[in-house]
Write a protein that binds this ligand. Structure first.
Ligand code: ATP
Ligand code: MG
Length: 352
């Protein structure tokens, strides 16, 4: 097993990956993949919370996301990419961890509340929907990572995970309730208390300019979008500005994209200056520059993707090897947890 610090993060297959994923989390993963022992989970069970009747699409998108990872530069030689549903320890840990969290604490989670609202789930969501927040604590802790690279919306979920880890260590490993987070392992805790590692842009807005860019909200520029599609989508960004001489708001969505994707800081400063003064700089022009910058970012990704296009067999092979590695680690965690929680009466064997 690697002695590099371990990180875990992942994505739900509710569609393809978009620019929000890149800036919020995946870019960071690519930066860390050589210095860290990386585990990236495709949370396919969690997609059943909102796409139960579309399980074939979940399966298709699970493969699509791995293809997106490979396109973005994640290297399966360095990182372990795996499918949640193939890791039985995660399901077992979810059940136990559900006992460690007060019900109301889970339901108060602001990310769940926002999702219920923006995804129009109303009163009809399944019991499994809030359970996914508990499941996510197991997705993470099964791998005992020290850090979790995520976007801002995931911070409340990570806070739940930290609580589960602390509580488990206190109840079952005798760690004092006043212990500092960083001392838990030293004091005999089974879990390190993982930190959220939020990317440079924790919340990229969608092209609707209202919600965060999201797979499920029809406001995303996808990593797999062709250049023309990127231009078309950028043109749609709504700022409400009427003319090139009207002073513009540099905190609007268009300028978030300027700051995020245009690499030259001097050019960014110049655009901000002219836009805010209404110095004859139209939205149309800014959009052309933004689209060109995004396409420059996506071009090498398009090239890397080509190798895996139509080759689901290659992608499945990567997933399969990843699942074997992930299971080896998660089973070790589960064995340790069961031992601590008095759930072992004889050596585990599933064959009778
Ligand atoms: P869904 O609409 O199904 O919730 P999503 O687009 O929110 O999909 P997730 O799979 O929930 O994507 O999130 C995967 C990771 O990407 C998380 O770490 C999340 O914080 C990050 N992320 C998602 N959207 C954004 C965004 N717009 N800006 C920054 N980070 C993001
Ligand atoms: Mg989400």
């Amino acid at each position: 097993m690697s002695d590099k610090p371990r990180i875990l993060t992942g994505d739900t297959p509710t569609g393809s990956l978009h620019l929000g994923h890149w800036v919020g989390s995946v870019k960071r993963r690519v930066e860390l993949q050589r210095s860290h022992d990386c585990y990236f989970i495709i949370a396919n069970m969690h997609a059943y919370t909102t796409r139960l009747a579309k399980s074939a699409e979940i399966k298709r998108d699970s493969i699509g996301i791995v293809r997106d990872y490979l396109a973005m530069g994640i290297d399966p030689e360095h990182a372990t990419i795996f499918l949640q549903s193939e890791i039985p320890a995660i399901a077992e840990l979810t059940f136990l961890f559900a006992m460690l969290l007060p019900f109301n604490r889970v339901m108060r989670n602001p990310t769940l509340k926002t999702e219920i609202e923006v995804k129009g789930l109303g009163e009809t969501y399944s019991f499994g929907f809030p359970l996914y927040a508990v499941g996510q604590t197991a997705d993470i802790l099964a791998f005992r990572p020290v850090g979790v690279p995520v976007g801002e919306d995931q911070v409340p979920h990570l806070e739940l995970t930290r609580e589960v880890a602390r509580r488990f260590n206190q109840i079952f490993c005798g760690v004092d309730e006043h212990a500092e987070d960083e001392d838990h392992v030293k004091l005999g805790g089974a879990f390190p208390i993982p930190r959220a590692d939020v990317g440079a842009v924790g919340r990229l807005a969608g092209i609707d300019g209202v919600n965060k860019m999201s797979k499920s909200l029809n406001n995303a520029i996808f990593i797999s979008d062709p250049a023309k599609e990127v231009e078309k989508k950028v043109k749609k960004i709504f700022t409400g500005r009427q003319s090139a001489t009207e002073p513009g708001d540099i905190h609007n969505v268009l300028f978030q994209y300027v700051r995020t994707f245009i690499k030259d800081p001097a050019r960014v400063a110049e655009l901000e200056e002219r836009y805010s003064k209404g110095a004859d700089l139209g939205d149309g022009h800014v959009k052309l520059e933004v689209a060109a910058a995004i396409n420059e970012l996506l071009e090498p990704m398009r090239e890397r993707r080509a190798k895996y296009e139509g080759r689901d067999d290659l992608v499945l092979e990567i997933l399969r090897a990843g699942c074997a590695r992930a299971n080896a680690l998660a089973e070790t965690t589960l064995a340790r947890v069961k031992e601590r929680a008095n759930l072992v009466s004889w050596p585990r064997t599933l064959s009778y």
